[in-house]
Design a protein around this ligand. Structure first.
Ligand SMILES: *[C@@H]1O[C@H](CO)[C@@H](O)[C@H](O)[C@H]1NC(C)=O
Ligand SMILES: *[C@@H]1O[C@H](CO)[C@@H](O)[C@H](O)[C@H]1NC(C)=O
Ligand SMILES: *[C@@H]1O[C@H](CO)[C@@H](O)[C@H](O)[C@H]1NC(C)=O
Ligand SMILES: *[C@@H]1O[C@H](CO)[C@@H](O)[C@H](O)[C@H]1NC(C)=O
Length: 334
């Protein structure tokens, strides 16, 4: 009696399985709305697994599972400057002023006040929660993007973050055409279209005066070198990288390696703190070990790897560790 009964149950279970699978396959093939039920069910279980941190299958901010990440990740340090968080601690202000010291800096708080009369003073992207799934691509400038054909993929992300001189025109197939955020400093500035947020990384008070000038009167033409006196950018979308966050990245994530973090690393950290899912393109050397830009031919290894300003090896190490812990996804190009 025992064996046949078990066999009956097994047959029954098998039958149910086959029916479920066929239904699934059928509805998938014919785009039946019941697929959404399955998707929904899976998404719900993802939410359950991710403890409701975000609506993506995996959330960057889920820190509980990784002590290395949890020790470093601090979501209460806001990456972008507002009037309110622009008041720096004495320690931060000292460190920040030392980065590119000025002989006679203007009054910082007065400059900030003037600046926020021109650019918006809003707290952005602080809406992390169980309903949000913000996917981001951070696109570095490495030659490993040449011929990588990532264009369509990169353009499919909610945010696409680029930096410094990065062009897209003529390179769309490899790097995409969309840019939601472009990080730069006065000496690396370029014109943007009006749908892109210019994210200024300030290294000195003069940089804050420069962005104001470049958007209005065009009077500042020189910092420690010639800089564009005017810049095309939508002033309603200009954002300022917070010096407090800058120092947090340096102290906490780089543990003080190098003189200060590179634009690439600062961009990556911005994304890690405002996105739920982060994909990284164009970081590191190409397949031949060359460190050049995707729009240039020559090897620049002398130019930006061994200046001592940035600790490229350490930054890359931290980046690889983030990938190893599934906090970011690396696309290595060619
Ligand atoms: C996170 O940053 C806030 C604001 O700077 C600070 O008060 C807090 O101590 C930090 N938390 C940790 C765990 O370091
Ligand atoms: C900067 O300006 C503010 C407001 O005008 C003033 O209170 C402050 O003392 C000034 N700081 C310095 C260092 O001069
Ligand atoms: C953005 O640029 C386009 C084309 O140059 C223009 O038609 C549009 O009015 C601009 N929008 C804003 C908000 O400036
Ligand atoms: C990278 O990090 C690991 C783990 O912290 C460490 O053992 C290794 O020495 C680091 N390598 C470099 C090149 O800094």
């Amino acid at each position: 009696m025992f064996l046949p009964k078990q066999r009956k149950i097994r047959t029954f279970a098998l039958l149910i399985g086959v029916i479920t699978f066929t239904t699934f396959l059928f509805s998938y093939t014919f785009r039946d709305p019941s697929v959404d039920f399955f998707r929904h069910a899976f998404r719900l279980s993802d939410d359950f697994l991710s403890k409701g941190q975000c609506a993506c299958p995996r959330c960057v901010a889920e820190a509980e599972d990784d002590p290395w990440f949890a020790e470093r990740f601090n979501q209460s340090v806001h990456p972008l400057m507002t009037r309110e968080n622009s008041v720096l601690s004495e320690e931060t202000f000292k460190w920040w002023q030392w980065l590119q010291s000025e002989r006679r800096p203007a009054n910082f708080s007065e400059v900030v006040e003037e600046l926020f009369r021109v650019i918006p003073d809003e707290v952005l992207y602080a809406d992390a929660g169980p309903k949000r799934c913000r996917t981001c691509a951070v696109v570095g400038n490495s030659g490993n993007l040449k011929g990588a054909q990532y264009g369509a993929l990169i353009d499919s992300f909610d945010f696409v973050v680029r930096m410094n001189q990065a062009p897209t025109t003529g390179f769309e197939e490899d790097v995409g055409a969309k840019t939601t955020h472009h990080l730069m400093y006065p000496e690396s500035a370029k014109d943007l279209d009006n749908t892109t947020s210019l994210v200024l990384i300030p290294f000195k008070t003069l940089d804050l005066q420069w962005i104001l000038s470049a958007l209005t009167t065009g009077t500042i033409k020189h910092t420690y070198t010639r800089v564009p006196s005017r810049i095309k950018a939508n002033k309603d979308k200009v954002l300022i990288y917070s010096p407090t966050f800058f120092k947090y990245v340096f102290d906490t994530w780089l543990e003080g390696h190098g003189r200060y973090p590179s634009t690439g690393f600062l961009s990556l950290m911005l994304a890690v703190h405002i996105c739920d899912e982060v994909s990284v393109f164009g970081f590191g050397a190409d397949q031949y070990g060359n460190w050049h830009h995707y729009w240039e031919e020559n090897d620049l290894s002398g130019a930006f790897r061994h200046t001592g300003v940035h600790d490229g090896d350490h930054e890359y190490n931290v980046t690889l560790q983030l990938a190893d812990k599934h906090k970011i996804k690396m696309f290595r190009g060619r």
